[in-house]
Write a protein that binds this ligand. Structure first.
Ligand SMILES: [Zn+2]
Length: 268
C-alpha cells in the first residue's frame, strides 16, 4: 500500500507516529497551519511557527524518509482579532518560496463571524496575488452547512480563484455535494469520535465517486488517529473495492491535486 497524508499536524505528534505512517506506506505528509490548542499572543508566535513548519519539521520528517510539506495562514480560530490577522498575513509572503510550502491553508471559518469572513477574504486575496493553492477548513459546529456556503461564496466571488485549485476539507454527507458541484475538491477527515468514520467516508466515496475527493487523518494534539487513511483503505478492501480504486483514492487523487504546486514530489 502507498498513500499520501494530505492533512496532519505533525508538530504535535511523536516520532513513533512518523515510523508507523512510513511503515504503512506514507509517501508524503502535508501539514496545514492551524490552532495550537491555545491562542498565540503575538505575530512573533506565528513567525516562529512558520519557521517550525518550513525549516524544522521537514528535517524531522526526513529522518524517517518521508517528504514533509506545509500550508501557511492564521487559522480561523485566531482570526477574530483583525489587526493581529493583518500582521500575521503580512509575514507569510517571505515564507512562500520555501521548498516545502504548497499554498495558503487551512483557512476558512469557525463561528462564521464577520471578522472571520474578513480575514478569509484577506487570505484568498493573498493566495490569488501569489498564485497559491488553497486548503479550506469548514466549521465543525452545527452551522457547517452555512459556513461551507459562505466560504464557497467568498471563493466564487474572487474571479482570480480557480475552483480546481482549492480543496474544501472536513466535508460531510450534507456538504460534499455542494462542494463538488461547484468544481472544488473535497476532503474527508477521518476521526474516531467526531467528523467522519472510515465507514462513513467510504459510503461518501461510493455515493459521490472518487474523482475530486481525498481522505485525511487531520491528526493533531487531540484525540485522533495518524493511521486513519490506511485504516480507511482497509475498509475499502473489506468492501471489495479493486486495488486500483483504493490506490486512486489514497494516493492518485491527492497527488493529482497537490501536483498543481510544482514543488510537490512524493517519495518514490
Ligand atoms: Zn487541521
Amino acid at each position: 500500500m502507498r498513500y499520501i497524508e494530505p492533512h496532519a499536524h505533525m508538530v504535535s505528534r511523536v516520532t513513533d507516529d512518523y515510523v508507523a505512517m512510513v511503515t504503512a506506506g506514507c509517501a508524503a505528509i502535508c501539514e496545514p497551519a492551524f490552532w495550537a490548542g491555545f491562542d498565540r499572543s503575538s505575530p512573533q508566535g506565528f513567525f516562529d511557527y512558520f519557521r517550525q513548519l518550513t525549516e524544522h519539521e521537514p528535517k524531522r520528517a526526513a529522518k524517517f524518509g518521508v517528504p514533509h510539506y506545509c500550508w501557511l495562514c492564521i487559522n480561523p480560530k485566531e482570526s477574530e482579532d483583525v489587526q493581529l490577522a493583518t500582521e500575521v498575513i503580512g509575514l507569510i509572503p517571505q515564507f512562500l518560496s520555501a521548498p516545502n510550502v504548497l499554498g495558503i491553508g487551512e483557512i476558512g471559518l469557525n463561528k462564521n463571524s464577520r471578522n472571520e469572513l474578513r480575514v478569509l477574504e484577506m487570505h484568498v486575496d493573498l493566495a490569488a496575488r501569489h498564485e497559491q493553492l488553497i486548503l479550506v477548513h469548514t466549521p465543525h459546529l452545527e452551522d457547517k452547512l452555512k459556513g461551507t456556503r459562505l466560504i464557497l461564496d467568498v471563493l466564487k466571488n474572487d474571479r482570480r480563484i480557480r475552483p480546481e485549485r482549492c480543496i474544501i476539507d472536513h466535508v460531510e454527507e450534507h456538504t460534499v455535494g455542494l462542494v463538488l458541484d461547484q468544481g472544488f475538491w473535497a476532503g474527508m477527515t477521518l476521526y474516531p469520535e467526531t467528523k467522519c468514520t472510515s465507514a462513513r467516508a467510504v459510503d461518501i466515496l461510493e455515493c459521490y465517486g472518487s474523482e475530486r475527493l481525498w481522505m485525511n487523518s487531520a491528526c493533531d494534539w487531540g484525540v485522533s488517529v495518524p493511521l486513519a487513511v490506511p485504516y480507511a483503505a482497509l475498509e475499502m478492501r473489506r468492501r471489495g473495492h479493486a486495488p486500483e480504486a483504493i490506490d486512486r483514492a489514497i494516493f492518485g487523487n491527492p497527488v493529482r491535486f497537490l501536483s498543481q504546486c510544482p514543488k510537490f514530489t512524493p517519495a518514490a
